[in-house]
Design a protein around this ligand. Structure first.
Ligand SMILES: *[C@@H]1O[C@H](CO)[C@@H](O)[C@H](O)[C@H]1NC(C)=O
Ligand SMILES: *[C@@H]1O[C@H](CO)[C@@H](O)[C@H](O)[C@H]1NC(C)=O
Length: 498
């Protein structure tokens, strides 16, 4: 019997627990301890382009998002851009006031590469950009708030895109030089580093479908190349930190990966497992699994598809040899962005463009129309998925430390944001349940701290705990009802009954 179990486990889907299915009502019963550990860190999350504004102030260079919004406003739902946004570059004092009011333990924000190196390259180093982030970091620490820094959150320097951006292996060296600058300037105070945010969300629309900047349409090829170069850049920056900075700075380095959770109405655990590999494993397996490399199922299937297309080898780049070993183990923690769940089913006929990531994945994703729906079309409240996902990560990646860097709800901006409270309550309960099940989760961050520029949705999807007066030049922040709710959780370490 145990041999049988062993065989099944090699296939991996024992890591899909038989546990809970979605109840559909956006609530989750508590199990185990009712309080979060005292040292659990609660925070909020933002990114540079989405809040900073001041797009060309003090020497800042243009990023691909500046260029895209300026030259292709039709591609943004409300034809807006991040030129001013919440103007956090000029009004960090307002952010600090709200962060203090919220009593967060940490603040996760990103650094704009083109403030540090306006052309992307070290030769253009801009002290004013470094000064800005020094001030942000110092003020946070003076107020007992730990800075958690993302190094790259989509805003690639335009000058680097001219060289092919993430599809050119030259990028690896450029990223490591930039990372070195950040560690050197800020690493005495920043102890939690995130190299990249949501690589798949950047690579697929950026170098695959071409929907988002830099609008390269190289579906099924450019997107995988981008992902491979992100893995390599991440690993190279990780090893730089370990060899040059860790002994003195004692910080940790990880990467933010996003995935939905997946449920199967027909209890097809193999399909659920495969969906998790295609969405999370594509980056998590090379870094956090014992064996390293891309997930076996992807390697096999994409090679098969590539040969069928008449190619001589797989479109999925090889991570064999030196890189496989450098990437494997190159994460002190897994930073997780998780929002929602889907039902998955096998597709009776090939999906999507040929070739494409969608066609390789070849899985139909649906939702239950009874699931509470956010303003964002892709976002439903399914808290069971958060609990199941954290359990999967515990079993699949040897209980690596997990820092939840994003989780949140969108609406159209109401101050009495009751659905956001319902969502947060159930998802934070899911995190607590997972901790009680032995999952190594040490921090949780709400996306987002303040309403912001939500990429191609412009300012139409509001994710903030605070609203921002986008009409007034002062850009005042005001707490929504959910900010009060979240503060109560942070203060009491318990989830209130509301
Ligand atoms: C938090 O405290 C618990 C004991 O209450 C300990 O086991 C755990 O290692 C601590 N975690 C961190 C991140 O310090
Ligand atoms: C939690 O993660 C940290 C860092 O990966 C690790 O040192 C620790 O052993 C993990 N804790 C458990 C209970 O596995």
């Amino acid at each position: 019997m145990w041999i049988l179990i062993l065989i099944i486990n090699v296939a991996g889907f024992l890591n899909i627990a038989e546990g809970i299915g979605p109840s559909g009502n956006c609530t989750l019963l508590p199990k185990g301890e009712r309080s979060f550990p005292q040292n659990f860190s609660f925070g909020v999350s933002t990114s540079a382009y989405q809040i900073e504004g001041s797009w060309n102030a003090d020497g800042k260079g243009p990023s691909i998002w500046d260029e895209f919004c300026h030259n292709h406003p039709d591609n943004i739902l409300d034809r807006t851009n991040g030129d001013i946004a919440a103007n956090s570059y000029r009004r960090f004092d307002l952010d600090l006031e709200a962060l203090r009011d919220l009593k967060v333990n940490h603040y996760r924000f990103s650094i704009s590469w083109t403030r540090i190196y306006p052309s992307g390259d070290i030769s253009s180093k801009n002290q004013k950009g470094i000064d800005y982030y020094n001030n942000v970091i110092n003020q946070l620490i003076a107020n007992g708030i730990q800075p958690m820094v993302t190094m790259f959150h989509y805003d690639l320097p335009i000058e680097l895109q001219k060289l092919g951006g993430l599809t050119n292996e030259l990028f690896i060296d450029q990223f490591v030089t930039y990372a070195d600058e950040l560690f050197k300037n800020f690493g005495d105070r920043v102890k939690t580093w995130i190299t990249f945010n949501e690589p798949v969300r950047f690579c697929k629309p950026g170098y695959g479908t071409g929907r988002d900047p830099p609008q390269i349409k190289a579906s099924g090829i450019g997107d995988y190349l981008c992902i491979a170069n992100i893995l390599k850049s991440h690993a190279a920056a990780y090893h730089l930190y370990r060899s040059k900075y860790f002994d003195e700075q004692h910080g940790k380095v990880g990467i933010s990966l996003d995935t939905s959770y997946f449920f199967s109405k027909s209890n097809d655990n193999e399909l659920v497992y495969r969906s998790l590999q295609y969405n999370l494993g594509i980056l998590a397996h090379p870094i956090y699994s014992k064996s390293g490399g891309f997930p076996e199922v992807m390697v096999k299937e994409i090679e098969r598809n590539s040969l069928q297309e008449g190619r001589l080898k797989s479109r999925l780049p090889s991570l064999e040899g030196k890189w496989k070993d450098l990437i494997r183990g190159s994460g002190d923690f897994l930073a997780l962005n998780h929002y929602t769940s889907k039902y998955v089913e096998r597709s009776p006929q090939p999906l999507g463009d040929n070739p494409s990531m969608q066609r390789d994945y070849d899985t139909i994703e649906t939702v239950d129309e009874n699931w509470l729906q956010a303003h964002s079309y892709w976002l439903n409240c399914v808290p069971e998925g958060m609990e199941m996902l954290l359990n999967f990560i515990r079993d699949e990646y040897n209980n690596i430390e997990v820092i939840i860097t994003e989780n949140g709800w969108s609406d159209s901006g109401e101050i009495e944001d009751n659905n956001r409270i319902v969502y947060l309550k159930s998802y934070i309960q899911a995190v607590l349940n997972a901790i009680n099940d032995g999952c190594n989760v040490t921090a949780y961050s709400v996306w987002s701290f303040i309403d912001n520029f939500e990429w191609i949705q412009g300012y139409t999807d509001k994710f903030g705990l605070y609203s921002v007066n986008m009409i007034s030049p002062e850009r005042q922040r005001s707490p929504k009802k959910s900010a009060r709710f979240y503060r109560q959780i942070i203060e009491t370490r318990k989830i209130p009954n509301v």
